[in-house]
Design a protein around this ligand. Structure first.
Ligand code: UN1
Length: 495
């Protein structure tokens, strides 16, 4: 019998009142049950919100540098357990160990950044228009944050959301993806060990419709941060907007790498292999479109096909694997359906395009890294997010067309251009409609201390990461101090 894990509410580990459990399985060996997790619902959310509201009264008064000291402990514990955390993450979501180590490292980096932010959390002072008066502003905590996280970065993304929220003085309720509850469980065990006061950190396992909805609709929750699909993001925004919650959304992407005629092709090839097939293409930042200048199109696609057919697909725990499994059956179905759509639209399938189901592949959800060429901007293959190991290649005649074609898309998270021409590089940085642009690097590889997020339908304008996320998790209090000892009327007495 697999181990049963528990919710964490008000400093106590407890099962859900439903008495039901859901299985967390290994996508590389589907018959391996990694753990059983409570199927919670609104009862657990009500309890967690009540606990968080009480805890907030005290937590908001803890000095930010002291809160930062707890973040430092969280980071230190993650460093000690990095290898075990990475292994469990590979077991529950499949990506190769080099990448799950990277995912944990991104959490560690975020913790250490948060620790130091406790001694900054800068706000502004500004001169008053009146004499003998000063104007100050402070960053205040907001209240209770509901954090709804995806399965593709089970440590980094919960850390991106929870650590800045806590550092700013909010209490949190984490709802991890049902495909990857174990990594977040480990993170919350670390929070508990680091010594956060009870009720400050809460963890409620369960599905989006039961637990996620209850969080989004609860009047005691002030903030919602969600990473996932644009479709669900829109529903969350509408529901949370009804009670004027502050909402941060990181949604779909259809990121492109552009390869110009003057690019270092070997470098561009390394970039696209990493960008398109790292994490089996299951990143918000994954390279899903490749836009290539006609002068190098034939040569580059040939190099690409050869390299992609050599990628080794397998269990992420096997150091020989380059590409792990797809996370579950429903993602495999989506990937397969896009392969059919691509063929029907007239794109040319040049490598992959099928599920791998012989030998040990039978035990999990493996899909051959797939490339379509002759893809045009009108095709669904070019426009829609797939979230799997499928790359579309499009030919363009020049730089201007590359930019136009890139921007012909409802999403705008990450982008990349390979060129040696500094003028083109800076024009691309200005004109590519995306929250992130890489010059001579892949579309993936964001660092935790820089703003992360996208434009257009990738989000609602907020950013995770860096100093920008601290804006989201705090609000300003403006304070005027008048030491004139007599009534001074702004806008009147001084004019
Ligand atoms: C995501 O794709 O959901 O830049 C996050 C990257 C990682 C974070 C990705 N550092 O690809």
């Amino acid at each position: 019998m697999a181990k049963k894990y528990l919710n964490y509410i008000n400093g106590e580990w407890k099962p859900a009142s439903s008495g039901e459990w859901s299985e967390n399985r290994n996508p590389a060996h589907w018959n391996e049950v990694v753990g059983l997790f409570p199927k919670s619902g609104s009862a657990e959310i009500n309890e967690a919100v009540a606990a968080a509201r009480v805890a907030f009264k005290e937590w908001r008064l803890v000095p930010a540098p002291e809160r930062g000291n707890l973040m430092k402990k969280v980071g230190d514990l993650m460093v000690e357990r990095k290898e075990d955390l990475a292994r469990d993450m590979t077991r529950e979501m499949g990506k190769v160990m080099a990448e799950t180590r990277g995912d944990v490292q991104e959490g560690i980096d975020t913790a250490f950044y948060a620790a130091t932010e406790g001694r900054r959390l800068f706000s502004n002072t500004s001169p008053s228009e009146l004499r003998n008066k000063v104007n100050l502003s402070f960053r205040m905590p907001i209240g209770v944050a509901g954090l709804i996280t995806p399965w593709n970065f089970p440590m980094a993304i919960p850390c991106w959301k929870s650590l800045p929220a806590l550092l700013c003085g909010n209490c949190i309720i984490l709802k991890p993806a049902t495909d990857t509850p174990l990594t977040t469980q480990h993170l919350v065990e670390i929070f508990a060990e680091a010594g956060f006061p009870k009720g400050v950190v809460n963890l409620v396992h369960g599905g989006g419709s039961a637990v996620g909805n209850a969080l989004v609709e609860h009047p005691g929750v002030d903030i919602i941060s969600f990473t996932g699909s644009s479709e669900i993001g829109k529903q969350i925004n509408a529901k949370a907007g009804a009670s004027l919650k502050r909402v941060s959304l990181e949604l779909g992407g259809k990121n492109a790498q552009i390869v110009m005629d003057d690019a270092d092709l070997a470098l561009a090839l390394d970039g696209v292999l990493w960008g398109a097939f790292g994490t089996t293409g299951q990143r918000c930042t994954a390279t899903s479109r490749l836009i290539v200048h006609k002068a190098v199109y034939d040569q580059f696609t040939e190099m690409l096909i050869e390299a992609v057919s050599k990628l080794k697909v397998g269990d992420g725990l096997d150091p020989a694997s380059n590409v792990g499994p797809v996370v579950n059956q429903s993602q495999i179905d989506t990937v397969k359906s896009y392969v059919e759509i691509g063929k029907a639209e007239g794109a040319r399938l040049v490598v992959g395009g099928h599920q791998l189901d012989k030998g040990t592949y039978k035990e999990g959800f493996f899909f051959a890294p797939t490339v379509f060429t002759d893809v045009t901007p009108k095709m669904r293959l070019f426009q829609e997010e797939i979230f799997g190991p499928v790359l579309s290649v499009t030919k363009v005649k020049d730089f201007d067309e590359a930019i136009t074609v890139h921007n012909d898309c409802i999403y705008g998270l990450s982008s990349s251009i390979y060129t040696k021409d500094v003028n083109r590089a800076f024009r691309a940085a200005r004109d590519l409609e995306a929250g992130i642009t890489y010059i001579n690097a892949a579309t993936i590889g964001a660092e935790c201390h820089m703003p992360f997020g996208g434009v257009k339908q990738t989000g609602n304008g907020h950013r995770e990461g860096g100093w920008a996320v601290y804006e989201f998790y705090s609000e300003y209090k403006t304070v005027y101090i008048d030491f004139a000892g007599k009534l001074q009327r702004a806008q009147i007495d001084n004019y």
